[in-house]
Design a protein around this ligand. Sequence first.
Ligand SMILES: Cc1cc2nc3c(=O)[nH]c(=O)nc-3n(C[C@H](O)[C@H](O)[C@H](O)COP(=O)(O)O)c2cc1C
Length: 229
Amino acid sequence: MKVLGVSGSPIANSNTDRAVRRVLEHTGVEETEFVKLVDYQLAPCQACLGCLKTNTCILHDDGNALCAKAREADALVIGGFTPYSSLDARTKIFIERLYPNRHRHGFMRGKPGAAIVTTALPRQVEGLPPAGETGINSIMFYMMEEGMNFLGGIRVEGNVPCIKCGQSENCEISGLPMIYGSGATVENVGVHALENQPDVLEAAANLGRRIGEALRAGATHASGNGASA
Ligand SMILES: Cc1cc2nc3c(=O)[nH]c(=O)nc-3n(C[C@H](O)[C@H](O)[C@H](O)COP(=O)(O)O)c2cc1C
């Protein structure tokens, strides 16, 4: 059995990466692979339908290799973040480039799947879009439409880039007061790390365990079927 974890965050060892890795670690599955999309060349899907007959994309980049990784995995965890309150482009491109896994065979059908979304807006803030929910939905809808067994999505509280820019006190459109209210400063908001979010750590561990359980139940079921055949 193999579980594939994918992170669309381009930041090295980011919150998204660490959350995806945590899910993988708790599956109890020996073979896991973590993939960072920024390390791959991936153009957007051309909607040419060139993959319909061959289940292979006509583009000559890393899309087919990533598709093969997803096809060969027994479970898939996708992690992204939410620039402008929707799923980041790299993760969305990855999802759309998994289209060759669909035709005739439905290669992803029945596989356990899960979503991780790091967002500066983990909860609903009045007047701002539901970024975390939108990000998770983007991943969940992919998994639902491919007939996967979506086991859950987790929001990690991330950092609005304004926390790092050094100009937020002089900025008329700083995200800090926009998200945290008028008295918000770099000091009182602070940098959010996954490791300081016990509920999220627990949720990620539980999600990993649920993926492992689903895989083992599927394997038992399959071997049970085989034995009785
Ligand atoms: C250009 C840009 C725009 C962003 N806009 C939003 C936003 O509208 N809403 C939000 O929740 N987070 C926004 N973010 C924050 C990211 O969700 C945040 O940086 C997240 O922590 C990144 O995850 P990572 O630490 O795993 O890389 C934005 C980030 C970037 C780079």
